[in-house]
Design a protein around this ligand. Structure first.
Ligand code: NAD
Length: 510
């Protein structure tokens, strides 16, 4: 058995020996199964740089097995026989199990992507509330009776589950970004095949066990692990997949969208961002400072909603930047398991190289680095980047236009509301924006004009299962979370009910 990877590119987890590592299996049709080709690859702890687990390297044959299981579960057996309320009850049981197992799952995620223990614990525990919310929504999906112009005929709508949903997710918040799709998909009555990131698959394989414990029928939730081209692509292309829910980078998002279009499948895409955090001169600057810092440096900037462009009003620009630089000096880089750490490692080698290359690009473009700007090879695995701030940034520079996905802030001065909005919107992305002001008028001016799926006023990074999240422009398609997200997983059927009268006959139609 080939127990290591072969054919790696630099962007994939590296080949390593297998001694003493925890070995995971695929989750298909309610059981743990080995990948057909018997291959595994190592998962690495980004802080220590050491491998800790073996992840199955699935192939197209495993994808086919998983999708067939999901289709069977969708069409026959216990799942389609459940009422929506019974589905809700199962989801509630799962939500309780998540609460119980959250500390263990959070520990696995920290190990896999190097996020701070404090942050990942809160994130994973919150998923329980997420599933409770969609458990409650399962039996509140209602059709409507349509006032008909055909006498004697009743027209009404039913909302029916689309079928098998493919869920493909990145490494930055594995269980959270999966649950954003999984909870509404299951509440809608779909069955799913999940393809987690090759860098962070272990937590999802453990999570799958909770569905067995909760009593979900086999095949409703399946997990296939491996690489984008080997597992993600055949999953999207599989003829029995009806909808694809994806979070990740634009390049993969485009390929998935193209493949889904060939199969005439629907998609939900949550892609990148270059979100502006706009600070006006009348803002509570203490609060704004914290919002700006957490907006860009939380999770080492490895979040799609990172406030990576600070737009600050010219009159307060120098003083605010000086405070920011002072604040950043005290930020501690280190072991994500240590509660005293503020910023952990960069999750993957490719991402580390990408962040450093953008720092070089910014310098070459003429932006001035006033904080950080260097790697820290002396900490842990050495995959650390200092919190970095660039001033004298022109919004046309690459550092202001492209997603870095790291702890790098670009500061741009603006004159007034109109100027701020113009800069804010002058990017291809439209995921989120922050506005800091004491003026309701200014806040409304910006919230109405900024092209972004989420706008935070005097706060940053708030998200909830209750509220829609998604992108304008190249940041994505569709919305996750909130009541409307369940519609992504439903088809609308119109029923014309006619007791005896054939209205399709042109001779009797009125
Ligand atoms: P990615 O987009 O390459 O991968 C995300 C997921 O898609 C992974 O599970 C991957 O295996 C899968 N995938 C890749 N190619 C595929 C294909 N052709 N068909 C089907 N599935 C495919 O993201 P990444 O490698 O994790 O990170 C790359 C960049 O994406 C990062 O540098 C970052 O800028 C961005 N990113 C964005 C987000 C976000 O939340 N918007 C999250 C993580 C990464």
């Amino acid at each position: 058995m080939d127990e290591t990877m072969s054919g790696n590119s630099g962007a994939q987890p590296a080949t390593h020996p297998v001694e003493g590592l925890r070995r995971y299996q695929l989750h298909i049709d309610g059981a743990s199964v080995a990948p057909e080709e018997g291959r595994y690859f190592a998962s690495e702890d980004p802080y220590t740089g050491r491998d800790w687990a073996l992840i199955p390297r699935a192939s197209g044959a495993d994808v086919d097995r998983a999708v067939r299981a999901a289709r069977r579960a969708f069409e026959s057996g216990a799942w389609p026989a459940l009422t929506a309320s019974q589905r809700g009850a199962l989801l509630r049981r799962l939500a309780e199990l998540i609460r119980e197992h959250a500390p263990r799952l959070a520990e696995i995620e920290r190990r896999d992507n190097g996020k701070l223990a404090a942050e990942v614990q809160t994130q994973v525990a919150y998923l329980s509330d997420y599933f409770h919310y969609y458990a409650g929504l399962a039996d509140k999906v209602q059709g409507s009776v349509i006032p008909s112009d055909k006498p004697g005929v009743l027209a009404y709508t039913r909302h029916e589950a689309k079928g098998v949903v493919a869920i493909i997710t990145p490494w930055n918040s594995p269980l959270t970004l999966t649950s954003w799709k999984l909870a509404p998909a299951l509440a809608a009555g779909c069955t799913v095949v999940i393809k987690p990131s090759e860098f962070t698959s272990a937590s999802m394989l453990e999570f799958a066990e909770l569905f067995v414990l909760a009593g979900f029928p086999p095949g409703v939730v399946n997990v296939v692990t491996g690489f984008g081209a080997e597992v993600g692509a055949p999953l999207v292309e599989h003829p029995d997949v009806a909808h694809v829910g994806f979070t990740g980078g634009e390049a993969a998002g485009q390929k998935i969208y193209e493949a889904a279009a060939r199969g005439l499948k629907t998609v939900t895409l949550e892609l990148g961002g270059k979100s502006p955090n706009i600070v006006f001169d009348d803002a509570d600057l203490d609060r704004a400072l914290l919002g700006v810092v957490s907006g860009i440096f939380a999770a080492a900037g490895q979040t799609c909603q990172a406030g990576s462009r600070l737009l600050v009003q010219r009159g307060i620009h120098d003083a605010f930047v000086a405070r920011l630089v002072e604040f950043v000096r005290d930020i501690r880089l280190g072991d994500p398991a240590d509660p005293a750490t503020h910023i952990g490692p960069i999750a993957t080698p490719a991402q580390f190289d990408k962040v450093l290359s953008y720092i070089a690009v910014a310098k070459a473009e003429g932006a001035r680095c006033v904080a950080g700007g260097r790697a820290r090879p002396d900490i842990g695995s050495g995959r650390f980047v200092e919190p970095t701030i660039f001033v004298d940034v022109d919004n046309r520079m690459r550092i202001a236009q492209e997603e870095v996905f790291g702890p790098v802030l670009s500061v741009i001065a603006f004159d007034d509301e109109e100027h701020a909005v113009r800069i804010a919107n002058d990017v291809q992305f439209g995921l989120a924006a922050g506005v800091w002001t004491a003026s309701l008028q200014r806040a409304l001016y910006v919230t109405e004009r900024v092209k972004a799926g989420t706008v935070w006023v005097n706060n940053y990074r708030a998200t909830s299962y209750t509220s829609p999240f998604g992108g304008f422009k190249r940041s994505g398609i569709g919305r996750e979370s909130g009541v409307d997200a369940i519609q992504e997983y439903l088809e609308t059927k119109c029923v014309w009910l006619s007791p005896g009268l054939d209205v399709s006959n042109p001779f009797i139609r009125r």
